[in-house]
Design a protein around this ligand. Structure first.
Ligand SMILES: Nc1ncnc2c1ncn2[C@@H]1O[C@H](COP(=O)(O)OP(=O)(O)OP(=O)(O)O)[C@@H](O)[C@H]1O
Ligand SMILES: [Mg+2]
Length: 670
């Protein structure tokens, strides 16, 4: 309806000039009007829309008021159409029954008695119009309300989210005990599986529904606090819901609106995601651990490499020095030996010579240990029974340790033989025994065990595959810290006082084990005692039956011609002297070349005693050349250290420095 129509006046005053005058008065007051000539016409105009109607009593005096009555009855609820009825002069309501009838029929009617003052009419018209405008406002609000309700309904019906309004019930203690469904949308059933919920209580629909659901809605109903949460409903099939709940209506009604969604899929995905994140994190953590472990292993390997390179360098240095010392010692030992044997000088001189010989002997031992550490000791490795060796040494070990140390032997009776040098192993064992004794000043237990290694733990990983005899010397002494362990095999490292230890014991044992292609390891901790392990390779060879250590008394029986070849003059002379005392006619040569030259002349020799390492042709080469033309010639290689390279293994050898008896013993054996 256009505003002009809805706010116009409709005038029905069929007699005289009433209508024209009324229209004029209204127009002067800025009010539009439409004049009708009949009641039918009036109803027609009313249907188009109007603000109010101005009627005369005469205009209403028609037989057919029915159409108007119908129109009035059919008004929408908001409409109560206003009329202004002009009555006759002196025709007040109380004296005018007809007017009373109009009041009943028209409802919202104001009477104006004629004649009237124009302003009265205008004022009544304006008041009627104001009333009509308020009706229009009511109409607008009603329409809005209607639309809102419509919207709510369609939303309620069509949304995917479950929606319901519940009335929470409380028990006598005021605790929420149940709730009844007041409304539920179609999605409610899809989301919960609960059918025909409206009017029924939750407990009757799902008796096992958890109490916390009732507590939550009870709180919302009481406090009016809105709440949003995610929760699993076990009783509804373990479904996870995202819920938004708020109070609706009057607080006393205890009604709660609940909007909710099934989020089980999302939760499942989240859970899977969390699990995979955890797996990833765990993987990352172990990755870090693994990297750390690798780094540690690498550092360990680098440290081991550094240590072994250091030992190697030390070995080369000490080996070189020891070799030179050996050459110096050979004539000293030889000459002192000679002076002793000849009984030169008086008793005092003999005592001095004895002292010098003992020092020379100690120097010789020292050099041997150095050579052992440098793995250059001339070794006589044969198949030996380490168990028997230990048994034979037991008395010596026990007396070395003293009464406060208990000696325990654990010897496997079925031991295979090990490829080792018996003398050197004895030396090693004594060294280890002394170390153990020194570590147990207040007494303790020393255990020597020998077993056949069955890949036991602690076996050094760099050991070549194969069987080993495992010899270990264990004490219950003070033990060592990590730093001491690392340094203990370095030559000259000792924690013992000056003159107490040379620091060569473990160096020697370590070098010896390595030279025998075995290994040595240390297992020790401060206050926990120490175990030194030796691994010696098992051999299938037959044991060597040659008796050792029996001095052969030199005899002056003529033994033929011996040639001594050595580039060191003092060594050569000393050896030559010993040989001549043993009954040889001696020819000396200061190099292999000179020896060959001498043999070009008609010189026959029975024995060749030669140094191995010499400038030019080596001793071994010389021996081979001489044997090529004189196969019956006996050959003895005298060597400062085990320079295996180039030494024929079948040639007899003697280690420098040596005494005359050592030389005689060796010569007697071949
Ligand atoms: N069984 C052990 N218990 C505790 N510490 C030991 C043991 N064996 C060796 N050590 C430590 O290792 C160091 C080096 O030992 P090593 O046998 O090489 O030399 P030493 O015993 O000091 O001297 P030497 O053996 O020449 O008499 C020792 O000084 C000691 O500190
Ligand atoms: Mg020692």
């Amino acid at each position: 309806m256009t505003p002009q129509l809805s706010e116009r006046a409709i005038i029905l005053a069929p007699h005289g000039r009433d209508a024209a005058i009324a229209a004029l008065i209204l127009e002067e007051a800025d009010l539009r009007s439409t004049v009708c000539t009949s009641l039918r016409d009036l109803v027609c105009e009313l249907e188009k829309g109007a603000g109010f109607a101005l009627l005369t009593e005469e205009g209403m005096r028609s037989d057919n008021l029915l159409p108007l009555a119908r129109w009035l009855a059919a008004q929408p609820e908001w409409s109560d159409f206003p009329f202004v009825l002009l009555t006759r002069r002196g025709g007040g309501l109380e004296r005018n029954p007809a007017a009373k009838r109009f009041l009943d029929m028209l409802g919202n009617v104001t009477f104006l008695e004629r004649p009237f003052h124009p302003t009265t009419l205008v004022s009544l018209a304006q008041s009627a119009l104001r009333g009509r405008k308020r009706q229009y406002e009511a109409r607008a609000r009603l329409e809005e309300l209607h639309q809102g309700a419509e919207r709510y309904r369609s939303l309620f019906e069509s949304i995917d989210a479950g929606f319901c309004i519940v009335e929470v019930l409380f028990d006598d203690q005021g605790e929420p005990s149940d709730y009844v469904f007041v409304e539920a949308n179609p999605a409610f059933e899809r989301q919960t599986g609960l059918k025909n919920a409206v009017g029924r209580s939750m407990r009757s629909l799902a008796p096992a529904h958890e109490q916390h659901w009732f507590d939550i809605y009870g709180k919302v109903a009481v406090t009016g606090e809105r709440i949003r949460f995610e929760q699993q409903a076990e009783a509804l099939g373990r479904i996870w819901y995202d819920v938004y709940a708020f109070r609706v209506g009057e607080p006393e009604a205890r009604r709660v609106a609940i909007l909710f969604n099934d989020i089980s899929d999302r939760r499942r995905i989240e859970l899977a995601l969390r699990r995979s994140e955890e797996t990833l994190r765990a993987f990352n953590e172990t990755l870090e651990e693994r990297v750390e472990e690798r780094t540690r292993a690498l550092e360990h390997a680098q440290e081991a490499l550094r240590q072994s390179q250091k030992l190697e360098a030390m070995g080369q240095l000490t080996g070189g020095v020891a070799h030179d010392f050996n050459n110096l010692l050979t004539p000293i030992v030889g000459s002192l030996d000679l002076l002793q044997r000849r009984g030169i000088g008086g008793e005092r001189e003999q005592r001095l010579i004895e002292g010098a010989a003992q020092s020379a002997e100690r120097a010789k031992m020292l050099v041997q240990r150095l050579l052992a550490f440098a793995r250059r000791q001339p070794l006589q490795a044969t198949a030996i029974d380490i168990g028997e060796l230990v048994r034979n040494l037991a008395d010596l070990v026990a007396s070395t340790c003293g009464p406060r140390i208990k000696l325990v032997l654990e010897l496997d009776p079925e031991l295979p033989r090990a490829n080792a040098d018996a003398n050197q192993i004895e030396m090693a064992l004594l060294n280890l025994t002394v170390n153990a004794r020194d570590a147990m000043p207040d007494g303790g237990t020393l255990t020597i065990s020998v077993v056949c290694d069955d890949l036991s733990s602690g076996r050094p990983p760099d050991l070549r595959a194969g069987k080993y005899v495992h010899l270990s010397v264990t004490d219950t002494g003070i033990g060592m810290d990590q730093e001491t362990i690392a340094k203990s095999i370095e030559p000259f490292f000792t924690t013992k006082g000056i003159g107490q230890g040379t620091g060569l014991g473990l160096s020697m044992v370590h070098g010896l084990a390595a030279q025998l292609e075995g290994a040595m390891t240390i297992d020790s901790a401060v206050g926990q005692g120490t175990a030194i392990h030796l691994w010696l390779p098992v051999t299938e060879d037959k044991p060597d039956q040659t008796p050792v250590g029996q001095d052969i008394v030199p005899s002056r029986v003529d033994k033929g011609t011996a040639m001594v070849v050595d580039d060191e003059q003092l060594v050569r002379e000393s050896t030559a002297h010993m040989l001549s005392e043993l009954g040889y006619h001696v020819i000396e040569a200061k190099s292999a070349e000179e020896a060959l030259r001498l043999l070009d002349q008609p010189n026959e020799i029975d024995l060749l005693v030669t140094d191995h390492l010499m400038p030019g042709i080596t001793g071994t080469e010389l021996a081979i050349r001489i044997r090529a033309t004189r196969p019956e010639t006996r050959v003895l290689i005298v060597s400062g250290y085990a320079e295996n390279i180039g030494v024929a293994p079948d040639l007899p050898r003697l280690t420098k420095p040596f005494k005359q008896s050592d030389l005689a013993n060796t010569l007697a054996r071949f």
